[in-house]
Design a protein around this ligand. Structure first.
Ligand SMILES: N[C@@H](CCC(=O)N[C@@H](CS)C(=O)NCC(=O)O)C(=O)O
Length: 211
């Protein structure tokens, strides 16, 4: 059975869990104890020498990097979330990169410097925080404009680009990033967050976090 290793506070991990949920794949989930350093132990490093979640094991095949995992699973299961057409795929790829490299990185900076630093005994980096907020303003406005013209991130149907983007933006509330001025983006987020694939995973988070 497919095995997924991740952590509920990790957006890349949650991205994989949303995809597994959207694809309705039977799987086992293992929460890696990041605070306790499980990712640096020999057993986990045999799966990912870079000591990061998420990781999947699909039979004998082990794969890291959330975007690669989404593409692999959607392609393997011939899902419309990542269709076969070359240009449709390239367009989805483009938005997945935007989610990971731009909005996801920026949200990660803000989340780290407002929330996560406390848990690992570090000091917040105000310059990094300010840069993250500036880039969210710029890139959020760009995405908002795109979503004024269509229902989903990469076009008229749900794709793994929506899954990547919703996971990248997940920390907004916890990190006190106000997205409400981005009306189309907020409406898209609300629609996606109401979908079963998202709701089902969030129910698990609550249980894992004792909520
Ligand atoms: N590019 C990677 C990022 C993975 C990543 O940064 N994972 C973090 C959690 S969000 C992690 O496992 N950190 C553990 C550590 O740094 O010790 C992906 O998309 O899968």
């Amino acid at each position: 059975m497919l095995k997924v290793y991740g952590h509920p506070f990790s957006s890349p991990s949650n991205k994989v869990r949303y995809a597994v949920s959207a694809l309705e794949l039977e799987h086992a989930f293992h929460t890696v104890d990041l605070a306790g350093g499980e990712q640096r132990g020999a057993a986990f490093m045999a799966l990912n020498p870079m000591s990061r979640v998420p990781v999947i094991q699909d039979g004998d095949f082990t794969l890291t990097e959330s975007d690669a995992i989404l593409r692999y699973l959607a392609t393997k299961h011939k899902s419309d979330l990542f269709p076969g057409d070359l240009m449709a795929r390239a367009n989805i790829d483009r938005w997945m990169s935007f989610a990971s490299v731009h909005l996801g990185q920026s949200m990660g900076r803000v989340m780290f410097n407002r929330v996560l630093y406390k848990f690992i005994g570090q000091e917040p980096d105000e310059r990094s925080l300010a840069f993250g907020l500036k880039m969210i303003a710029t890139d959020g406005a760009h995405l908002n404009k795109v979503l004024e013209g269509r229902e989903f991130v990469a076009g008229d149907t749900l794709s793994i680009a929506d899954i990547a983007m919703i996971a990248a933006l997940d920390p907004a509330e916890l990190a006190q990033v106000d997205l409400s001025d981005f009306k189309a983006l907020s409406a898209w987020r609300k629609r996606i967050m109401a979908m079963a694939f998202y709701q089902n995973v969030h129910t698990h988070f609550g249980a894992e976090l004792g909520m």
